[in-house]
Design a protein. Structure first.
Lengths: 126, 126, 126, 126
């Protein structure tokens, strides 16, 4: 089965990591987080580069990662730190490029107050 | 009225069934659940196959179901068990293929804490 | 300015009106509701027909309404009653057809528990 | 790197600024707000015009703003005041036009009750 499902470039115009969680030492599941869910349904590894755009400074990136063949990766922007951590409580957007077709969906869990709030949307393919 | 509304392949890059509900014996309406809302507006039954993708293992599937002509089915991933139940508290993605055009929308009700949180998005058509 | 922004047919695969609100006599703003936000940015009235699809019976409709030229209408499915009210606590999908191009977005406010939960997505254009 | 990612016209059919926040003097982060997240990934400033559509009156606008080259702007409809403030507790839709390609995503934070609720979706490109 050789399949190519998706596109090579995706944009998430929204982006915001809440700086706090109601629990000062939250579990990973309940910590406020911003996620790009990336599906690589192809039979080749996806070499991915992410560039972050801000309101008041030049873009930062690329952040690099690999998503294996026939694998999903729910990437937390919270975890990115090379070339720089993603600032909290700060508006941003992201452009995600891949060497093979992928599908990207944006999700946030906001636990600044209990209980948490959720949002999601399909990203925009270029 | 013979109509074909939709596409034959859809992808939901996000996927996560919360392993708990605040009520240990929740009603079906209030149990944490992950849903693919599938509309078959055609005049033929839709033979549907779903493949699940994970972060650390090979894809699982196909899960098979039928959605009747001129019917909607709000499929809960919680209910899938053949060839295997869907693991809880685990990131996944899904690819949904149909013999006739359908429309797919993704919804989650997360009741780990009261009150529940909701998210939804149109899926991505291949 | 003569503009035509949008499409003539839209599908919302998700549909569910929660049968309760935490307040037994809620304000209109806070009553649980399911909405199709319809923008008619053209210079002609939009004659709209909505057909509802269910899991276990034939489709119901058309429901008919008009959205004026250069107007938005945030239609509550709760308010539909001709040819029949929309059943509560029941899964459905909707197909929305218009005589002129429109844009449709789906929103739910779920106030079964306080505080309320929200979801939204762009509908799917045929 | 000269890139053009996106489209020049976007529609958000949903629109509603909750008139209240649970905290009478909320922080900017926690005040109820309606947002259009706009990414301009091009190398030219984006001259943007927004027109608002209502249910019972003629459209209002254009509201004008600029989003710099390689910048994101998470525009709060709450902040618009020329040619007129956006009425609270009122249904509206918006059409967003840009001189260069942009990507637009719609987000609401509703803090009428604590804790807040969230929704988001990609806007509709014309």
């Amino acid at each position: 089965m050789v399949e190519e499902l998706g596109r090579r470039t995706w944009i998430i115009a929204e982006g915001y990591i809440p700086g706090e969680s109601y629990d000062a030492n939250p579990t990973r599941a309940m910590a406020s987080h911003e996620t790009a869910c990336i599906l690589n349904a192809t039979d080749q590894p996806a070499a991915i580069e992410i560039t972050l755009y801000f309101s008041d400074r030049e873009p930062v990136g690329p952040y690099r990662l690999t998503v294996g063949a026939r694998r999903t990766h729910h990437l937390r922007f919270n975890d990115l730190d090379d070339p720089a951590p993603v600032p909290r409580d700060t508006d941003f957007s992201s452009v995600i490029r891949s060497s093979v077709p992928i599908v990207v969906q944006h999700t946030r869990l906001d636990s600044r107050q209990p209980p948490h709030a959720l949002l999601t949307t399909i990203a925009w393919p270029a």
